[in-house]
Design a protein around this ligand. Sequence first.
Ligand code: ADP
Ligand code: MG
Length: 583
Amino acid sequence: MSIIGIDLGTTNSLACVYREGRAELIPNELGEYKTSSAVSLLKDGSVLVGAAAKERLITHPESTAASFKVWMGTEKAFSLGGRTFKPEELSALVLRQLLEDARRYLGEPVEEAVISVPAYFNDDQRCATKLAAQLAGLTVKRLINEPSAAALCHRQGAQTGDCQLMIVDFGGGTLDVSVVDCFENIIEITAIAGNNRLGGDDIDRAIAAHFCRENGLSEHRLDPVALASLYRQAETAKIALSGAPAAAMALQLEDRQFSLVLTPPLLRQLCQPVFQQVRAVISRALKDRARTASIDDVILVGGSAQLPVFGDFLEELFGRRPKVAAKPDEIVALGVGLCAGIKARDEELQDLVMTDVCPFSLGVATCNSIYDKTPHMSFLISRSSMLPAVHRDNFYTLWDNQRALRFEIYQGEGYFASENLKLGELEVQVPPGPAGEQYATVTFTYDIDGILHVSAKSSGGDYRERLILNPHLHLTPEEQHRALERIGQIQLAAQGSQQEQFLLDKALSLYQQSLGPWRDAIGGLIYYLQSLGDYSSTARRRAWAAAQERLEQIEAQLQADPLSGDGFWGDFDPYEDTEDEED
Ligand code: ADP
Ligand code: MG
């Protein structure tokens, strides 16, 4: 029985099998490798998946759904012909279709798969993906990050020596930027950054909005059929521009005809807000990476990487034009197929080792003293740590004769624990004693399959451990109600405190963006600002002013733009090696 690799994409999904020494894409019934990730419910209760469903986005928008991967791990419900579906249920239907095509092609049933997910997917989104597979009757052997898969495929094909690659995957609904270190037979992701709400769809929307503006139409007054057709036209025109100097769009509404001619300069202008966000993500990936050696090559993958204006934009950013992968929209699937081969212990692939990084930080909520009312994060595993990761730390009692230490476990980048996603909790008993004497050692182990193992051992010998299973996938109606109520209870800040609030917010946001010593320094400052509540007013004002100055210094150093040339890029030159060949 074969294990297959699946690229479960926002826009398109592909399946791949490793056999006879190579990764082989599996065609669907139409003979195509790409299956649109669209689902449509028919009158008789059956479901269409793929190109036909994508067509029905226009003709039957009320019973068709697409781009649901963007909502994986959330409570969003899709209504299809009066029935509601969760994103993981719709993904399960796409998976069932891919499995059916694979069974037909391979002549045997498939029950195991490796599935790729965006590197930036958090635990909720990964769990939702596993749940989707479960609903499709599939055992997931491993989830692999899409850029790891792309790097694996690139490495296999290019037969390059040791190198550091930047992979920019720009698809329909997600952007992933990763830095990958290829060293001997090891492929190691050393930094990742992404935005799972940014992709070609946003460009289509920008074109559609411009079409409406130019034609004096109001986008939100268009009926769903007209709107879907407008988006389709926007996408078609955008893709046509990859090979033609201009593309025309036309929309017939009742008896009137509306039109627009799309040209590269116009497209470039419309893409500007999207590209600015791309720039921010690239910058973050460069800041996070563990090693600052120069990037040898930038590889563009994903459907939107084929946009010439995207290449232009990156060329301006990097000073050289990045390479577009040979098959930008198939490379991830081919890599997942290779990974499936590794899982199936194919001999030729045995010595290829892949490591990943943790896409988010993990830690426990702590208080610095009994006066500290808002628990903040103590991170045990920070974002971009190499996996598998094991880290431990000691936590001490806060008051005399404290009998237990309770640890709330969170995932996320926020300074305050409450800003992050709570994953679970653990409590150990400690012997009585003066405050700060007794303690517990907490150990986090996060493995390559995304399972978090937490254990705590107290100075008295009490030991507890748990595997974190994501609790956020199955909220009951009461829980939902409670979550809503919690938001309703939050009060608006008083006017006078705005300046201070602004400073605090800025510190909190810088905290989220930074890592390591920077994060520690900003964390210390936040704690200090928080503790100022008790001072008299002049002392307090002086302290805030000093804190502001310090924060500005940190910000200036932290935001020394890694793309501006000094610092992070170093001697970055993506074409160092290929230059001679071109001449
Ligand atoms: P995902 O990984 O998100 O499923 P893909 O990598 O398949 O998506 O990319 C889909 C996106 O690529 C869509 O937004 C589509 O409009 C865009 N796209 C596909 N082909 C081209 C092309 N030749 N030029 C520009 N954009 C393209
Ligand atoms: Mg993709």
